[in-house]
Design a protein around this ligand. Structure first.
Ligand code: NCD
Length: 321
């Protein structure tokens, strides 16, 4: 974490200036409220004007060691819509990483050209390592099976936009809770609110103990079960995840669980009329296409919210919001 030094007079002292965004544990309710308020303003800005020049002259290095469509392009779009520029490194196989360059050296290189670095990397803890070596702010865009804090922020922002509140909701998470980093971060973020959790997965894909520990220590009620039918009728939020094929060492095991859950119209008929279905995307098979037309299907709106949240984060960390 960077030292909270003095904020220059022409920049906004918002508690985020110059800071890394590595984990959701950095956020309390005040900080969350601030980011959601700014994200809301970013939505209005984009809808009215398309873009602004808030980050003119600033450069973002977008460094992705793992595949990405939404996270990578929404960070780029966010920077461009705020008038900044980007150095996109999505194909590390064409960079000096292939020559054996270490993550600290790559990060030190990019920060000599850019003002902020967004990093996705397959190893848990990689974003913290990069932040340790960098003097410019680093934003974690997913560190292996660890965390995905900006996704959790956009997920929670979506719950607020869809349902108007977060407190007193029943949050049902379904699918690969073991390897899915989005559900790890979202759970750790939601313990700041009065929610109840149900974790639905096959036995081998249960929520890891370190995440359950956070839930237990915060005094929240949760249940773990295998059958989504038993809980869908109580859900305010049904958060569906992809089985993370790339994390399995035994593909036969993946084949046994890949289609364990398929959310379809029949299942949706059991759900409340006021609820929302979310998914970080990409979807493989776990939500049937017929559900896309259901007004409760929020996943495409959720995806768009990612750009507003990332605009809010970039502007805040660079002291312009
Ligand atoms: C997620 C991820 O990369 O963890 N995708 C995303 O960022 N929207 C979820 C996934 O890949 O299944």
């Amino acid at each position: 974490m960077k030292d909270a030094g003095r904020v220059p007079a022409d920049l906004v002292d918002n508690g985020f200036y110059g800071q890394d965004i590595i984990s959701v544990s950095q956020f309390d309710r005040d900080k969350l409220d601030y980011i959601y308020r700014v994200a809301h303003e970013m939505r209005v800005l984009v809808e009215r004007f398309g873009s602004a020049d808030l980050l003119q002259g600033k450069i973002l290095a977008n460094l992705f060691y793992e595949p990405s469509t939404r996270t990578s392009s929404s960070f780029m779009a966010a920077m461009l819509r705020l008038g900044g520029q980007i150095i996109p490194i999505n194909n590390v196989q064409y960079s000096s990483v292939t020559k054996g360059e270490s993550l600290p050296d790559t990060v030190r290189t990019l920060e000599s050209y850019a003002d902020i670095i967004v990093l996705r990397h397959p190893e848990v803890g990689s974003a913290a390592t990069a932040a340790h070596y960098a003097s410019k702010p680093v934003i974690n865009a997913g560190d292996g099976v660890g965390e995905h804090p900006t996704q959790a922020l956009l997920d929670q922002f979506t719950i607020l936009e869809e349902l108007g509140r977060v407190d007193d909701l029943k949050i049902v998470m379904v699918g690969d809770l073991r390897y899915g980093r989005t559900v790890h971060s979202l759970t750790k973020l939601l313990v700041n609110y009065g929610v109840e959790f149900a974790f639905v997965s096959p036995e081998i894909l249960r929520m890891p103990d370190d995440v359950l520990d956070v839930v237990r220590q915060s005094g929240h009620a949760y249940t773990e079960l295998d059958d989504v039918h038993n809980v869908i009728g109580d859900a305010d939020v049904l958060y569906v995840t992809r089985v993370q094929k790339e994390r399995f060492t035994d593909l036969a095991q993946y084949d046994r669980v890949r289609d364990h859950y398929i959310i379809d119209e029949e299942l949706m008929a059991l759900a409340k009329p006021e609820m929302c279905v979310m998914h970080p995307l990409p979807r493989v098979n776990e939500i049937s296409y017929a559900v896309d037309d259901d007004p409760r299907a929020a996943y495409f709106r959720q995806m768009r919210n990612g750009m507003y949240i990332r605009m809010a984060l970039l502007a805040s960390v660079l002291g312009k919001a």
